[in-house]
Design a protein around this ligand. Structure first.
Ligand code: AKG
Ligand code: FE2
Length: 460
């Protein structure tokens, strides 16, 4: 790896105020726009990027004696063994002449402008916007395509009533889950307004309906409903599981820059995500057994582990340009009062471009029943969101579907079998050669017959 030094990060600061970056190809870093670099303030403790050390007269690192042989990443791990008082002391120590990308990069990522990434979306990538869709239109043409609806959310009482301030006054003392912590809403809002984190803590609560005493349901059935799924997303086969269904609805609150790194939604469900306040930038990719994951995302063979840059900003800096040019890329901004459809199996990364309040719900539409059954049966180790005492989600789902929708289940099971057979045939072709070629002894030798049958069904 080569250290590269770019133009001054902050014109007008002392001569060592350079920004640097490691690039594997050794070329000079000129990628970040002037506008975004101009916005990066100085590190509050005076830490500078590693590249600045190249021209510095003196380097504070030499002051740590024998520890100087250890890379910054290991030193940071050692610091984790300090008690909180010592950590606070270090956290208040001004470090002029300390040059460390490990320390500076998260700070840099926390301050890049999101504008270059969320603006100027190429027309071919733009997500489709529609006023509304009927259940029939959705089922016919849209279950495998992302889109934004502009009308339905604007009818919801929560669209009229909810704001950070309104929620503060009603639910300030209510605890909501934000990643690993349960915080009173007022504590979270305080954090949200004052943090400068690279990856801000994200409020993501699956019990908000009961915690907030909300009623949910179509307004003709539930006149006091706070919101209701738009009718096109009404069909949801997980509802046959009643109270045994996996988690399905979340309240999502976060400051600018908070969001979700690349993932597919759980249990092969589809989802809708409604923005009540603020706005979100989405970038999405279809997936299939033959498509690679999005740029910068690496998946284990059984898809159980997804590795990508830890922070959204890091991914944007490193991979957004390539992603934008990748076939299948869909991008869009879901604004206040709009709702976005995430089809089953699609990769997506989401970043709040303003402080946002959203509700999301996951569901199984008719056309993805087979995918959900496949996931529950063949990826049982990756199934998530069920209560611990629901010990065999697949069997329970099949049982309840048999009672509620026997014909649909029968059809989905047949499709699943067919898909498995298709894969088996391919497997046999790979291992044993194509039957016709093997028999007639000609045909130019063996060829790998990969083709996408659109399914991720595993060979059992
Ligand atoms: O609003 C967001 O951050 C996206 C949430 C999301 O993708 C999810 O809940 O699966
Ligand atoms: Fe998601």
């Amino acid at each position: 790896m080569t250290v590269c030094v770019s133009l001054p990060a902050n014109a007008g600061h002392d001569e060592s105020e350079l920004s640097s970056s490691y690039m594997s190809n050794g070329s000079q870093l000129v990628s970040a726009s002037l506008a975004s670099r101009d916005a990066i303030p100085c590190h509050p403790l005076g830490v500078k990027p590693s590249g600045n050390g190249l021209t510095a007269a003196w380097d504070l690192r030499t002051a740590i004696g024998t520890f100087n042989i250890l890379p910054d990443e290991i030193l940071l791990m050692l610091l984790e063994y300090l008690d909180s008082a010592s950590l606070l002391n270090i956290g208040c120590t001004y470090c002029s002449h300390l040059f460390s990308d490990t320390l500076h990069r998260p700070f840099y990522c926390a301050h890049i402008s999101l504008d270059p990434y969320v603006n100027k979306i190429p027309a071919r990538n733009q997500i489709t916007r529609l006023p509304n869709l009927s259940p029939e239109e959705f089922q016919q043409s849209w279950t495998d395509r992302p889109f934004i609806l502009t009308e339905p959310v604007k009818q919801w009482p929560v669209f009229k009533d909810w704001s950070t301030e309104a929620l503060l006054s009603k639910h300030g003392d209510t605890e909501f889950r934000a990643e690993a912590v349960d915080w009173p809403f007022k504590t979270y809002v305080d954090y949200m307004k004052n943090n400068e984190d690279e990856s801000p803590l994200y409020l993501f609560d699956r019990n908000f309906i009961s915690k907030m005493g909300l009623k949910v349901g179509q307004p003709d059935v539930e006149p006091d409903a706070a919101y209701w799924p738009p009718p096109c997303f009404g069909e949801d086969f997980f509802s046959v599981l009643g109270r045994d269904r996996p988690d399905s609805a979340w309240l999502i609150v976060g400051p600018e820059r908070s969001g979700s790194t690349f993932h597919k939604d759980p249990n092969a469900t589809s989802a809708w995500n409604a923005v009540i306040r603020g706005s979100k930038y989405w970038i999405m990719f279809p997936s299939s057994s033959t498509l690679p994951p999005p740029p910068g995302v690496y998946v284990s063979a059984d898809q159980s582990e997804v590795t990508s840059p830890l922070s959204i900003a890091e991914w944007l800096l490193s991979f957004h340009a390539e992603a934008r040019c990748t076939a299948g890329c869909i991008e869009g901004i879901c604004g206040e009062g709009e709702i976005l459809h995430v089809p089953s199996g699609w990769w997506h990364l989401v970043v709040n471009i303003e402080p946002s309040i959203a509700i999301t719900q996951n569901f199984i539409p008719r056309s993805h029943l087979t995918a959900a059954l496949d996931f529950l049966s063949n990826k049982a180790d990756q199934v998530s969101g069920f209560r611990k005492d629901v010990d065999d989600p697949y069997s329970r789902f099949v049982e309840r579907m048999k009672e509620a929708h026997p014909e649909l289940l029968e059809q989905a099971m047949q499709d699943l079998e067919k898909a498995k057979e298709g894969k088996k045939r391919k497997w046999d072709e790979i291992v044993h050669g194509k039957a016709d070629e093997a028999e007639d002894g000609e045909g130019g030798g063996f060829s790998f017959g990969f083709g996408d049958d659109g399914s991720d069904v595993e060979v059992p």
